[in-house]
Design a protein around this ligand. Structure first.
Ligand code: MN9
Length: 292
């Protein structure tokens, strides 16, 4: 079994003008992540992959394309979570058969599921496949904010090996690191990569690494070597970039930045908006400022 530690891009998906999957563009985004951003792996089907706006067939197609393009060159984690548990299980089986190195599932959201229901969801998914599970915790989008004790109850399962921790709760992160030294913790907020790395995360998974992977790698390596001052300079630069991206529309702007790099990253899936002329012009400026 491959070691899962390291830096992963939360893979963006290219959609064409009709908002259908643009396979050629998707392959270009994947290649850019491997060849230019030097990622250790890809996290496929996450928030950044606009996953919750896709049909089951589309999710499968994206998982297939990613595996076909990546082969065994870098690691692949598939986000299969959905509030349709049957779909999650179907996807978990599908990606395990494709040879994905691990699966991940967002905490079930929208309905206020009890912890025992959440636990049942994870057990049902992992018990259906021979694969490892990374919990995807993103309370600001899901509203699901599990306690350390609840995480601990999930980590008891031998196949639940890690968590993608997309939260700014550094007290919780520190407690989690100390209490579960063997659990794989991935930082989910790119703008907090440095403090998360100082606290001992094993890696990170993020949207901005699709364009900013090299700078993120330097921050991660410097922090691991306890060269915090140097890492902080790069985190400041990175966060200037991330602030600019966030103020212009997160996924759309990253796609527009990729287009400046010659990658056909396309459009976002509806109901996300088409690009305005202002947004495109601003993305060009951002590209020039940070990558020119
Ligand atoms: O999961 C990403 N989260 C979302 C990771 O997109 C909701 C992050 O990489 C953020 O996009 C990034 C910018 O806030 O940190």
């Amino acid at each position: 079994m491959k070691d899962l530690k390291g830096l992963y891009s939360a893979l963006l998906v290219s959609f064409d003008k009709k908002r259908e999957i643009n396979e050629k563009g998707l392959r270009q985004i994947i290649r850019h992540n491997i060849d230019v951003c030097k990622m250790d792996g890809l996290y496929v089907g996450g928030s950044t992959g606009e996953n919750f706006m896709l049909s089951t067939a589309e999710k499968k197609r994206i998982f297939e394309i990613a595996k076909d393009e990546v082969k065994d060159d870098i690691r692949l984690i598939a986000q299969v979570g959905s509030i349709n548990l049957k779909e999650s299980i179907e996807l978990a089986k599908f990606v395990t058969d494709l040879g994905y190195d691990a699966i991940s599932a967002v905490t079930p959201f929208y309905y206020k599921f009890s912890f025992s229901e959440i636990k049942h969801y994870y057990e049902a998914i992992v018990n259906s496949v021979d694969n490892r599970m990374i919990i995807y915790s993103i309370p600001f989008l899901t509203g699901v904010d599990m306690s350390l004790t609840q995480f601990g109850e999930l980590f008891v399962h031998p196949k639940i090996v890690g968590v993608k921790f997309t939260a700014a709760d550094f007290f919780m992160l520190e407690r989690m690191r100390k209490q579960f030294p063997d659990v794989l913790i991935f930082a989910g907020f790119d703008e907090m990569l440095l403090p998360a790395t100082v606290l001992g995360v094993d890696g990170a998974i993020g949207s901005t690494y699709n364009v900013n992977g090299l700078r993120a790698r330097e921050i991660f390596n410097l922090a691991k070597q306890e060269r915090v001052g140097e890492a902080l300079k790069l985190q400041h630069q990175t966060n200037d970039l991330i602030s600019d991206i966030l103020s212009n529309g997160l996924y759309g702007t990253i796609k527009l930045l990729l287009q400046e790099e010659g990658v056909d990253a396309g459009y976002c899936r509806e109901p996300m908006q088409d690009y305005s002329l202002e947004m495109i012009a601003r993305a060009k400026e951002i590209h020039k400022k940070y990558f020119g």
